[in-house]
Design a protein around this ligand. Structure first.
Ligand code: TEU
Ligand code: CA
Length: 559
C-alpha cells in the first residue's frame, strides 16, 4: 500500500453547516454533492465527513443510534451513495467519522442493555453499582455533571464520558468489538476510503475505576484512567488486523491527552495501528483555571516548542496530522491570527503558510479557505452546542464565573465559532440555505463569502490553492526534514525543511509589528527562489536581513 495519505490534503466538512439543498435550514448530503466541484477546484484530495449516521442529535451526530443508516436531516442512503460516487468521479476520497467510544442511548444495543441485567447486550456498555448511594467514581463528564448516570430499572450506573445520552461502549467485550469491525467493513465495502476516529484513545479503560483528582468543577478527573488505557494498542492492532489491513485506507485517531511518545506507538511505521493522530497540545495553549472558558494570552515560543516537539518526535517513526481548527475549535484566524479588517486575510494566509509548509498531512476546516472568523452572539440563547450551553449553566449558575466573563470565553472558544454555516454568497443567510438556518449565520457573510474570494485572484482561497499545488509539485514539502530557527523569538516563527540538496526557508510574522528577520549564519543561500508570499515581494530582495511587515509570510527555495 503506498503512502498516498502522506501526500494528501484533507478538507473537513461539518455537514450540518456546509450547504442546505432543500431549504430546511440544515446542511445535507445533496448539498455536499453540489459543492464537490468547488472542493476539486481548491485541490484537496480527501474529504473528512463529520457524522451523518442516524442520531437523535444530542451532540450534533456524535451520538449515533444506527451506524448503518443516514440521519434524516442529511438525506437518504441513496444520497450518500450518490455523493460518494460523485466524489470518486472527481478523484476525491471520503473519510468517515467513526464514533465508537460511545453510542447514543437510543441505539438498539443500549435499549436492550438497559432493559435488564441479564440482557445479552448488557455488557456492551459499562455498568457499575454505586457506592453508598453515590456514583461508582467521582469522575466528571466532559459536558458537565457526573460521568455516571443512575438507571432506575436495573439499579446500576452506566458510564458516559460525554453527555448522559452518549453511554460509553465496553471494549473489553469481544462480541462488541466484532460488531464494530463488521460495521467498519460495511462502510469500506461501500467504497469509503478511511476513518477519522472520535476519541479513539478513550476506548480502553483502567478496569480498577479509581477516583480521580478533584478539579475546579468539583468532580474528579477520570482522564488518567480512560486516556491511552492499558489495552489501547491491543485493540487498535486487532482493529487493524481484522479490518483496516484489508483495505487501502487513510486513518486518523482523535486523541485528547496523547503525547508525542504515545503517537510514536499509535502511528509507528511497523506498529500496524493508525496512520496519524490529532493531538491537542497546540489548541489547548492559553487555557486558564477553568480550561478554555478562561483563556489567557499565550506565547509564540510555546507554540513553536509544541510544533517542533511533534515535528522532531515523529521524524523517523510515525506521521503528523497538521491542523489549526475543526468543528470543536474556534476559527484559526481568530484563535491564532488577527480577525480585524486590516489583518484578517494577511494573518489567514500567514497561518496557512506556517501550517502547510510543515511535515505531515494538512487538514483544512470548512470555511478556513475563505477566511471565516469567530462569531460573537450577544445572547447565550443563540448558541446550540451542548458543551457551550452546559458549561454556561454549570459555571455561571454556580457563580464560578460572571455572565460577562463566560460570554467572553464563549466568544473566544465555543465550538459554535466553527459551526456557523459556511458562507457561500452575500445573499441572505450567506447562501447556505433558503430556509431558517439551524444556527445563525455570522453577520460578516456579506464581506466574507466563497463567491467573493473566487472572483479575487489575490484572495485567501487561491493562496490555499497554491499551497496545495506546491505540496503536490515539491517532495521537499512532504518529506523534507524540519529544523526550527530563532527558537526564542516571540514574534517570528521561522523554520527550514531540507531534502537532498535543497532547503525550504519558511518565515512567518505572527504579529502586527515589524520585527527584523536575520538569516542564521549556518543557512547557506547561493540561489533563492520565492515560492509563495502574502505580500507583493521583490524576488531579488536580499534575505539575510528582512524587515517583516505585519503578519508577513514568505517561503523561499534555497540551493
Ligand atoms: O471531541 C472530543 C473532545 O475531547 C472534545 O470534547 C473536545 O476536546 C472539546 O470539545 C474541546 O473543547 C470529539 C468530537 O470531535 C466532539 O465533537 C464530540 O462532542 C466528542 O468527541 C464526543 O463524541
Ligand atoms: Ca437540508
Amino acid at each position: 500500500m503506498n503512502n498516498w495519505w502522506k501526500e494528501s490534503v484533507v478538507y473537513q466538512i461539518y455537514p450540518r453547516s456546509f450547504h442546505d439543498s432543500n431549504g430546511d435550514g440544515i446542511g445535507d448530503l445533496r448539498g455536499i454533492t453540489q459543492k464537490l466541484d468547488y472542493l476539486k477546484d481548491l485541490g484537496i484530495d480527501v474529504i473528512w465527513l463529520s457524522p451523518v449516521y442516524q442520531s437523535p442529535n444530542d451532540d450534533n451526530g456524535y451520538d449515533i443510534s444506527d451506524y448503518q443508516a443516514i440521519m434524516e436531516d442529511f438525506g437518504t442512503m441513496e444520497d450518500f451513495d450518490e455523493m460518494l460516487a460523485e466524489a470518486h468521479k472527481r478523484g476525491l476520497k471520503i473519510m468517515m467519522d467513526l464514533v465508537i467510544n460511545h453510542t447514543s442511548d437510543e441505539h438498539q444495543w443500549f435499549v436492550e442493555a438497559r432493559a435488564s441485567k441479564d440482557n445479552p447486550y448488557r455488557d456492551y456498555y459499562i455498568w457499575k453499582k454505586g457506592k453508598d448511594e453515590k456514583p461508582p467514581t467521582n469522575w466528571g463528564a466532559a459536558f458537565g455533571g457526573s460521568a455516571w448516570q443512575y438507571d432506575e430499572t436495573t439499579e446500576e450506573y452506566y458510564l458516559h464520558i460525554f453527555s448522559k445520552k452518549q453511554p460509553d461502549l465496553n471494549w473489553e467485550n469481544p462480541r462488541l468489538r466484532k460488531e464494530v469491525y463488521e460495521m467498519m467493513t460495511y462502510w469500506l465495502d461501500k467504497g469509503v476510503n478511511g476513518f477519522r476516529m472520535d476519541v479513539i484513545n478513550f476506548i480502553s479503560k483502567d478496569e480498577r475505576y479509581p477516583d480521580g483528582e478533584i478539579n475546579a468543577t468539583g468532580y474528579g478527573d477520570g482522564s488518567p484512567y480512560y486516556m491511552n488505557g492499558p489495552r489501547i494498542h491491543e485493540f487498535l492492532q486487532e482493529m487493524n488486523r481484522e479490518v483496516l489491513a484489508n483495505y487501502d485506507t487513510i486513518t486518523v485517531g482523535e486523541m485528547p491527552g496523547a503525547t508525542v511518545e504515545d503517537a510514536r506507538l499509535y502511528t509507528g511505521n511497523t506498529r500496524e495501528e493508525l496512520n496519524m493522530v490529532f493531538h491537542f497540545e497546540h489548541v489547548d495553549i492559553g487555557n486558564g483555571e477553568l480550561g478554555k472558558w478562561t483563556p489567557k494570552q499565550w506565547k509564540l515560543t510555546t507554540l513553536k516548542k509544541i510544533f517542533s516537539k511533534w515535528q522532531e518526535g515523529l521524524k523517523e517513526e510515525g506521521w503528523n496530522s497538521l491542523y489549526w481548527s475543526n468543528h470543536d475549535q474556534p476559527r484559526a484566524i481568530s484563535r491564532f491570527g488577527n480577525d480585524c479588517e486590516a489583518y484578517r486575510v494577511l494573518s489567514g494566509k500567514m497561518l496557512a503558510t506556517c501550517l502547510h509548509m510543515l511535515k505531515g498531512t494538512p487538514y483544512i476546516y470548512q470555511g478556513e479557505e475563505i477566511g471565516m472568523t469567530n462569531v460573537a452572539f450577544d445572547s447565550i440563547t443563540d448558541y446550540r452546542d451542548i458543551e457551550t450551553l452546559q458549561a454556561y449553566e454549570d459555571l455561571v449558575n454556580e457563580s464560578l464565573v460572571s455572565h460577562d466573563e463566560m460570554m467572553k470565553g464563549i466568544h473566544q472558544r465555543s465550538r459554535d465559532n466553527a459551526r456557523t454555516p459556511m458562507q457561500w454568497t452575500n445573499e441572505v443567510h450567506g447562501g447556505f440555505t433558503t430556509g431558517e438556518p439551524w444556527i445563525k449565520v455570522n453577520e460578516n457573510y456579506k464581506e466574507i463569502n466563497a463567491e467573493k474570494v473566487l472572483q479575487d485572484p489575490d484572495s485567501i482561497f487561491y493562496y490555499y490553492k497554491k499551497l496545495i499545488q506546491l505540496r503536490k509539485e515539491n517532495p521537499i514539502i512532504v518529506y523534507g526534514e524540519y529544523e526550527l530557527l530563532l527558537e526564542d523569538d516571540e514574534q517570528i516563527y521561522a523554520y527550514t525543511r531540507s531534502w537532498e540538496q535543497e532547503k525550504l526557508l519558511v518565515v512567518c510574522n505572527f504579529t502586527d509589528k515589524r520585527p527584523v528577520f536575520r538569516l542564521p549564519a549556518h543557512i547557506r543561500c547561493n540561489q533563492k527562489q520565492l515560492m509563495i508570499a502574502n505580500y507583493l515581494t521583490d524576488e531579488e530582495e536580499d534575505i539575510h536581513t528582512i524587515k517583516l511587515k505585519p503578519y508577513e509570510a514568505r517561503v523561499y527555495l534555497l540551493k
